[in-house]
Ligand binder design. Structure first.
Ligand SMILES: *Cc1c(COP(=O)(O)O)cnc(C)c1O
Length: 369
């Protein structure tokens, strides 16, 4: 059944992008691309692009107040590639994983497939809650700070005496963290950093660097592309192992500078949390909508997931919103729920989130039987 509902222009958000990744890129970041057109299409081994990489490394280090000795390492392939980098270069014999959604599961699966590692210890919780790995016989502890597939967020802290690897792909730039509690805090830039996909960034502790170097020296076969010790060497020279996406670096540099101008991570985190609070509060006031994550402490401050009851078809709501220029509020496909998932990353204006929930009301009222 196709229903046409026109949402009046004055009700619509100024920007209709609410995806959970890739996500809204600020127009100013795109304008910065043009302003820096001089570095586009130039060698990544020369000063202008290396200067851009260095500027970005310093800005990220400043944004997250990196402890002494930590370094900002980068490479190609996005967060998914970093899981394989970690399997080859950071896990010595066995990893332990908190699994509470699709992204945290994918990393545990990557580790399970490696013939040179012991079976990972998996600590699992159902989607909508969170699980951290427990202190065990592992040398590397892994989980996601924000499980983008479910909208649940987990604490960042030390566990046991192994390395702590935190997937911060959708958390970094939207949720604060004490980097000293981690050994690899890694992410890709297409979420809060309002850039394009395809690269990974990792804040590495001295212990992580030492682990990568000792595994490389120990004779394990490591594909060159996945060898973290080469990424570290290149990153120290403000380069990547192979050609980076310069446009991605430029847009990200602009976004980090904008985050600094807002007041750094505390201010950006407060902005994201105020956006998601609008969504959670709204859902709690509707009898046909409920926040999917039952425990308010686990509700993500950057990605709000809202279950709809069976009187409202989320797919239909999302399709009608799309026709009105409001896009990507669909749930993670494998979750398969009657749900809306709303990305409230740093670039999203809280006033647009107010407008979004009013638009959802507008549509649902008109769909009512
Ligand atoms: C988006 C996402 C990923 C995957 O990122 P890619 O850059 O596409 O590989 C991994 N983990 C989390 C938590 C994510 O949100």
């Amino acid at each position: 059944m196709t229903v046409q509902i026109d949402i009046p222009q004055n009700l619509r958000p100024a920007d209709g992008r609410f995806g959970s990744g890739p996500a809204k890129v600020r127009r100013e970041a795109l304008e910065y691309l043009l302003a820096r057109a001089d570095v586009m299409g130039t060698s990544h081994r020369q000063a202008p692009v290396r200067g851009l990489v260095q500027e970005l490394q310093e800005a990220l280090s400043d944004l997250y107040r990196l402890p002494e000795g930590y370094e900002v390492t980068l490479g190609n392939g996005g967060a998914t590639a970093f899981w394989d980098v970690a399997v080859f270069s950071l896990i010595a014999e066995r990893s332990a994983h908190g699994v509470f959604g699709e992204f945290s599961r994918k990393f545990s699966t990557a580790s399970a497939k490696a013939p040179f590692l012991g079976d990972p210890r998996v600590f699992e919780a159902p989607p909508g809650s969170v699980a951290l790995p427990k202190d065990c016989d592992a040398d590397t502890y892994c989980w996601a700070q924000n499980e983008t597939s479910t909208g649940a967020s987990a604490p960042v802290r030390r566990i046991g005496d192994g390395l702590v690897l935190v997937d911060a792909t959708s958390a970094a730039g939207g949720i604060d963290a004490d980097i000293a509690s981690t050994d690899a805090y890694y992410f890709a830039p297409q979420k809060n950093f309002s850039s394009d996909g395809g690269m990974w960034f990792a804040f590495l502790s001295p212990a992580a660097v030492e682990r990568a170097e000792s595994i490389a020296a120990g004779g394990r076969w490591i594909p060159d592309f996945l060898d973290l010790s080469s990424a570290i060497k290149n990153s120290r020279q403000h380069q990547s192992v192979n050609t980076p996406a310069i446009a991605t670096l430029l847009m990200m540099a602009d976004q980090v500078r904008w985050m600094q101008s807002l007041g750094g991570m505390p201010a950006v985190a407060a902005r994201c949390a105020s956006s998601t609070s609008i969504v959670y509060d709204w859902a709690e006031q509707r009898d046909w909508a409920t926040p999917f994550v039952a425990n308010p402490e686990h509700r993500s401050p950057v990605v709000a997931t809202i279950d709809l009851d069976d009187t409202v078809d989320a797919k239909q709501v999302s399709a009608i919103l799309r026709e009105n220029g409001i896009v990507d509020v669909d749930p993670y496909r494998a979750l398969n729920r009657n749900q809306l998932r709303i990305g409230c990353y740093a670039a999203v204006d809280p006033s647009d989130v107010e407008k979004l929930v009013a638009c959802i009301d507008h549509v649902v009222e008109r769909l009512a039987p």
